[in-house]
Design a protein around this ligand. Structure first.
Ligand code: DX5
Ligand code: ZN
Length: 213
């Protein structure tokens, strides 16, 4: 079954708790929390205290997407703040295995991510250690950008590699996902879809989530 992870980046930050609650009630399996440091990407979003505060207000699964350099410095603190799954960028660290180990040692699920120009083969050495791979379908940094269909070729290759090795690794896509391109993402092999604008721009969150699914 396809899981939907609405990106909170597109919500009204003045009422974040209610916004997260609305997607939980709308049937989303998880909430995607985009952490941006102004260095790995030019934008700055929100950080640890916001995650910790949201954690106290909801039971929804937290899918934390770290767009920060040297994620090894902060992984443990994001798990302490409430992350259930931590994704970091392979481009952001020289210590990929160490990052995965920190995540697992602290009881969360581990995922690596690649930007549009990074070959998917770069995650292959870590597949056995990962619970999920996030294939970006926009340049990370901002919500509301146009989906890059050429990234789906990477999803197809990755899915074939995972199946060939007999692994159970989830594939997530993130960036510009909407009800029109969701079937293409699924056909390519993605089973977790992140969507910011395509969920939060609609009043009826359940209908938006159902449309993606
Ligand atoms: C982009 C973020 C995405 C983004 C998705 O850097 O990682 O999660 O918020 O938003 P939409 O669906 O609007 O592209
Ligand atoms: Zn994201």
């Amino acid at each position: 079954m396809t899981k939907i992870s609405p990106s909170v980046l597109a919500c009204d930050f003045a009422k974040m708790g209610e916004e997260v609650d609305s997607i939980f009630k709308g049937g989303a399996e998880m909430a995607h929390l985009d952490i941006m440091d102004g260095v790995f990407v030019t934008n700055i979003s929100f950080g640890l205290p916001v995650v910790a505060s949201l954690r106290r207000s909801t039971d929804i699964f937290f899918d934390v997407h770290l767009m920060i350099i040297e994620p090894e410095r902060y992984i443990k603190r994001f798990i302490d703040a409430g992350a259930d799954l931590v994704t970091f960028h392979i481009e952001a660290t020289e210590h990929v295995e160490e990052c995965i180990n920190i995540i697992k040692d602290h009881g969360a699920l581990a995922a690596v991510s690649v930007k549009p120009n990074t070959p998917i083969e770069e995650v292959y050495p870590y597949l056995e250690m990962c619970d999920m791979v996030l294939v970006m379908t926009v340049e990370p940094g901002y919500g509301g950008q146009a989906f890059m269909p050429e990234c789906l070729e990477k999803v197809r290759k990755l899915k074939a590699e995972i199946d060939k090795r007999g692994l159970h690794v989830d594939i997530q896509v993130d960036g510009g996902v909407n009800a029109e391109n969701a079937p293409l993402c699924r056909e390519a092999g993605a089973n977790i879809l992140v969507a910011g604008s395509a969920v939060f721009k609609y009043e009826d969150r359940k209908a938006a989530i159902d449309a993606l699914r």
